[in-house]
Design a binder for this molecule. Sequence first.
Ligand code: SAH
Ligand code: SF4
Ligand code: F3S
Length: 439
Amino acid sequence: MTTPKKLFVKTYGCQMNVYDSERMVGALEAAGYETTDTADAADMILLNTCHIREKAAEKVYSELGRLKPLKSANPELKIGVTGCVAQAEGAEIMRRQPLVDLVVGPQAYHRLPQMEARVRAGETALDTDFPEEDKFDHLPRGPRARRGPTAFLTVQEGCDKFCAFCVVPYTRGAEASRPVARILDEARDLVDRGVVEITLLGQNVNAYHGVGEGGAWSLAQLIRALAKIDGLLRIRFTTSHPNDMTEDLIAAHGEVEKLMPYLHLPVQSGSDRVLTAMNRKHSATDYLRILQRMRAARPDIALSGDFIVGFPGETDADFDATLALCDQVRYAQAYSFKYSARPGTPAANRAEVPEDVKTDRLHRLQAVLTQHQQEFQQSMVGRDLPILLEKPGRLPGQLVGRSPYLQPVHLQADAALTGTIVTTKILGSETNSLRGAPV
Ligand code: SAH
Ligand code: SF4
Ligand code: F3S
């Protein structure tokens, strides 16, 4: 038997990249690789990149530059760039950084094994196509060894919404949903391998419309079918768009016990003027009405969102509308970003808000969001919550789990309880985590 070659994958960006990295590991394991935790020992390094933040491509180029000594030390080392920067930059990557052997975009990962064979033979390989076939039909499921009781499962990919600031429709392509049967098979397989919580992924996961019995299924139908799988204890999904928040999905939150009371629903801004300029196609009031209906269906739902401050044209009054929206919603948790122009997007050539104004607004928004988050955290203290124990904590004898509201919870518990749900009294709260003890 030949010794397996070593694969090192570094993953940036969203959960979908985490999921894709696992599938690529699965594919390369089938081609004779095993994973390693250090780049130094690797025969193949893949950077699975994200293009959402400022200077994303530049950061990839400097990361690649740092790999140079490894390549000199080991001429057999092959280096690949995957993910959204690979899609956006394409052949430019090999032009600018000749040590790169392989560039593959998110929709062509099923061709990775053939590409690997080509780079082993001394060629370079580039593939940024958007092929017709579903890459996941041709990719082995994931790494042989699963790392814990929770898993991601991509059900939908791509986006047709074209928000004026966003690269995703260009890097991930048009919206596409995987067939129901494939998803249910994969979920059963994950459960057989010890997974008890599945997070369904999609850039617009609630636009899901995969082929199932009797026609196209909604995300709510899919969730109800997944909930019937014995041994699967918890279901989550991310990320949703307000315009796809259908009545049946809202109702599912009140009816499907395994569906966790947490919704990440980005709004980006509280100003209708800005929302229009962003091409979001919903108003702040539309958004607040959806949340109202969510809370009617599931009163304890924890809400999360994304915000962009300093979008081109945003005035003080627009920004105040965002603060006002936050005060109304009181998010359990939220992400906020300074606008940064992405080349090729409609907003990229609009006049920018000055940097110091953006910075000031970001700080003010984050102060408000943090305060609301702390209030939500504090409201958990004294309650008994079902905590799914996921992995060892930092201290000896400690485990970390998640509450239904996605909060990390630290408690002393036997490692053998990993993967089970333990009723836990919440004793204290931090901004990002809780402390508790088994009841
Ligand atoms: N599909 C997801 C968003 C993916 S990007 C959705 O529609 O919700 C994640 C977040 O990054 C976005 O919600 C947005 O808040 C932020 N973002 C995207 N492009 C950005 C840009 N050009 N500048 C600043 N933030 C951006
Ligand atoms: Fe980007 Fe908008 Fe699509 Fe989300 S809905 S991925 S923000 S274009
Ligand atoms: Fe980043 Fe691509 Fe995800 S740009 S956020 S890795 S879809």
